[in-house]
Design a protein around this ligand. Structure first.
Ligand SMILES: CC/C=C\C/C=C\C/C=C\CCCC(=O)SCCNC(=O)CCNC(=O)[C@H](O)C(C)(C)COP(=O)(O)OP(=O)(O)OC[C@H]1O[C@@H](n2cnc3c(N)ncnc32)[C@H](O)[C@@H]1OP(=O)(O)O
Ligand SMILES: Cc1cc2nc3c(=O)[nH]c(=O)nc-3n(C[C@H](O)[C@H](O)[C@H](O)COP(=O)(O)OP(=O)(O)OC[C@H]3O[C@@H](n4cnc5c(N)ncnc54)[C@H](O)[C@@H]3O)c2cc1C
Length: 672
């Protein structure tokens, strides 16, 4: 009788335990730092226990892995409603609710209601409108989405074709989709879930266009969820990932809504059709900025989840030989394996500090904006655009590298990595496609650089553009200097300065050669994006260094974070060495030292790798990975996962009787 069963051992895999035993720092201390203190960690654990004691959350994983699209969507609606009900029952604060969403770590079918519809009402509605709709939305008496993107335009908001034409006779707006390309296409939770949508449309009064404004449109009956007259709505189809969400299309055929359904915090239309605006013209873009900031945090969650799976698995997977006399080593021993996974580990901590710093700046600026002071808006728009792009681009790429580092098993859904990559991939596109967002930052940097050239004193994230480049001497004079975080940060700053300076000069030169501005800009777009990336890299490194410097923690925790920070900065210089050399931020000697350091840091990080991912403290259900489970019993869990596979339900699959059996019979009879 075979001893092989699909039961999961009760004990931790000794290979993983060995890693935990040799950690140089206290994991719990780092967990508290990551989650903002002991109380917050405890609260998160309580919420986790409450959620995951319900067997539904375990069952949900199976539907996610093996269910049809429709079953997955239905389970996700159930999950959303369960969470909404729990929120009411336990009177969760907004912060507690955010924590629950982080724990769930998965696209909820009704996610847009929470992530965009409510924040948009908060930002774009008047106080009167809020007391009506925000209250209804928060009580889930209406379910809404944010319908901005159209089939023809997502990026270029001035090109949106949906119209809201004011009719002063009836004091209504007529909402219309005039062309195929004008139909709303992509909004999450639109296809099947929402009964309301915040529709972003071009306002027209007496034939004159007044730009993009938000309008609340009811789509479905509140009695039976049937689609209302004049409305056509549906799901846009299966996607690479995120298939629990019903991204939808919407066609409005001259649907009339009351005047008060235009959200009028930033601009009003009076009953007799007069248009009055308040605040800057981009005030209606406020919700997008919030989500861009949140995407940086999502990028941290994505890459830290990937790193957790990759590192735990690499500590229990043994393969090949290093020492011919010894047993097969853990794959984590191979330097090449460390080189694939540790950049993701270091990036996780870099993005933790960078997203924290960005969120703080956002909250400060948002408070000012609420008071009617918009002075920090341009800086915040550009900082969030750049970091959203940088963090999403790097995290998605890194998790794919980690997936590859897990060999064949990384390709299984049960590994959790493919789903993670596919669910995270849209971060690159949503809330402003990354290239477009980098270019928003580049445009701002060019203006600031021109200001600095004309003697303006700059503040904020671009203040370094007023530096005198002639004073720069590479601060790394010896191999030991390479460990100096301030020196590494200075190298990034100078590389960014030079990249900006070069493209600014080129654009200026092209324009002085009588090239129209738009031609000169287009001729330099690649370098403009490169400048925006260099600036964003500098900001992330700076936030990491400053974050670690400001930490109040034990010496071992500080030491391990400084090592990671050093590795993150050194790895970036090695990876983009061409840019660093070209800008003369480093010379060949320094580059060689930094590359050597990068490799030797792999060995320094190695003993703490498992502890560093344990500190993220992800629940197994949140990670949803047979390879990355806390107990390290990866093989048992992989085998166990096959039990739920509908392919294994019957010993003989129905397709055998339908196709294979008759085919085999035919083949056996054949004389050929
Ligand atoms: C694990 C999880 C994984 C995945 C998650 C996936 C999905 C779930 C999450 C979210 C759902 C996604 C929801 C959406 O995608 S909603 C749709 C989002 N759409 C966009 O973001 C559109 C992008 N386009 C734009 O924002 C704009 O069109 C633009 C590119 C910025 C250009 O705007 P435009 O009006 O044409 O302006 P310009 O003429 O180019 O610039 C004028 C001036 O305005 C400044 N500006 C632009 N935007 C802003 C802003 N938001 N705030 C402040 N200022 C802004 C711009 O810098 C320029 O300034 P100048 O001083 O240079 O004139
Ligand atoms: C999963 C998912 C969920 C979404 N959810 C929502 C939602 O809830 N609500 C909503 O309204 N929308 C939603 N969207 C739409 C999303 O916001 C848009 O797809 C996004 O803004 C990008 O716009 P686009 O698709 O028009 O890309 P395009 O602009 O067509 O981009 C295509 C290419 O053109 C390039 N390009 C475009 N303009 C420029 C330029 N000016 N300079 C240089 N290059 C340029 C881009 O860099 C890119 O390479 C969602 C999309 C996805 C994938």
């Amino acid at each position: 009788m075979s001893e092989i069963t699909s039961s999961i051992p009760l004990q931790i895999n000794p290979d993983l335990q060995e890693e935990r035993d040799k950690a140089s720092f206290n994991v719990t201390e780092l967990t508290h730092i990551i989650y903002g203190g002991i109380e917050k960690t405890k609260k998160r654990k309580r919420l986790e226990k409450l959620l995951f004691s319900d067997p539904f959350f375990q069952e949900y994983q199976n539907v996610r892995a093996f269910g049809s699209r429709s079953e997955y969507y239905a389970a996700s609606v159930k999950k959303s409603t369960k969470i909404f009900k729990l929120r009411r029952q336990h009177k969760w604060t907004d912060e507690e609710y955010e924590t629950v969403l982080d724990i769930c770590h998965d696209d909820l079918a009704l996610t847009l209601h929470h992530t965009m519809f409510i924040p948009a009402l908060e930002r774009l509605a008047t106080e009167d409108q809020k007391s009506k709709w925000l209250t209804l939305a928060k009580q889930y008496k209406i379910i809404g989405t944010y319908a901005q993107t159209e089939l023809g335009h997502g990026t270029y908001l001035q090109g949106l074709e949906t119209t809201a034409t004011y009719d002063p006779q009836t004091r209504e707006f007529v909402m219309n989709t005039p062309t195929l390309s004008a139909m709303k296409w992509w909004p999450g939770s639109l296809g099947k879930s929402s009964n309301h949508a915040l529709v972003l449309a071009t306002l027209i009064i007496s034939g004159k266009k007044y730009g993009m404004h938000p309008f609340l449109v009811q789509l479905r009956s509140m009695d039976d969820h049937k689609v209302l007259p004049g409305v056509r709505v549906g799901d846009i189809g299966a996607k690479m990932g995120g298939n629990s969400v019903d991204n939808g299309y919407l066609i409005l055929d001259n649907v009339r809504i009351p005047r008060n359904n235009m959200l009028m915090k930033n601009a009003q239309v009076s009953p007799d059709g007069k248009f009055v605006t308040r605040g800057p013209s981009k005030a209606n873009y406020a919700t997008m900025m919030l989500i861009r900031v949140q995407i940086c945090t999502m990028a941290y969650q994505v890459v830290s989840s990937g790193a957790t799976i990759g590192i735990r698995y690499s500590a229990v997977r043994r393969q090949s030989k290093l020492d011919p006399q010894d047993r097969e080593p853990k794959i984590l021993e191979y330097q090449t394996q460390q080189y694939k996974i540790f950049p993701g580990l270091a990036m996780s901590y870099a993005f933790l500090f960078a997203s924290r710093s960005l969120t703080r700046k956002y909250e400060e600026a948002f408070a000012e904006i609420q008071r009617g002071d918009f002075k920090s808006l341009p800086e915040l728009h550009c900082l969030s655009s750049g970091l959203k792009s940088f963090c999403s681009e790097h995290s998605v790429r890194q998790v794919e590298i980690i997936r590859q580092s897990c060999g064949g098993h990384g390709y299984l859904n049960a590994a959790g990595l493919g789903m993670l990559v596919n669910a995270a991939a849209p971060m690159i596109t949503v809330e402003g496609e990354n290239t477009v967002m980098y270019l928003q930052l580049a445009r701002y940097i060019l203006k600031r650089f021109a200001g600095a050239m004309s003697g303006q004193q700059l503040d904020g994230s671009t203040s370094y553009l007023s530096m005198d480049p002639a004073t720069y001497v590479c601060p790394v004079m010896s191999e030991t200097d390479c460990r100096n975080l301030t020196a590494l940060c200075d190298i990034y700053r100078y590389r960014s300065y030079m990249t900006v300076c070069r493209v600014a000069r080129q654009v200026q030169h092209d324009m002085e050669s009588d090239m129209p501005q738009h031609v000169a800009i287009n001729k330099n777009l690649v370098d403009l994006v490169r400048a925006a990336k260099a600036h964003s890299y500098y900001i992330v490194v700076k936030d990491f260094v400053e974050g670690v410097d400001a930490l109040v923690a034990s010496a071992p925790v500080i030491k391990v974070l400084r090592t990671l920070c050093c590795f993150y900065a050194a790895h970036g210089i090695a990876e983009y060495s061409g840019d660093f050399l070209e800008s003369e931020a480093v010379g060949l000697h320094q580059l060689k030292w930094i590359k050597n350091l990068q490799v030797s840091l792999l060995g320094e990080i190695r003993p703490d790798a498992v502890a560093l991912v344990d500190a993220f403290d992800y629940h197994d259900i949140t990670l949803s990975s047979a390879l990355g489970c806390y107990d390290g019993n990866a093989y048992e869990r992989l085998f166990k996962s096959t039990e739920n596979d509908p392919m294994n339900k019957e010993e003989v699959h129905p397709s055998y009787y339908q196709y294979l059996k008759p085919f085999m019979e035919e083949m056996n009879k054949s004389k050929l």
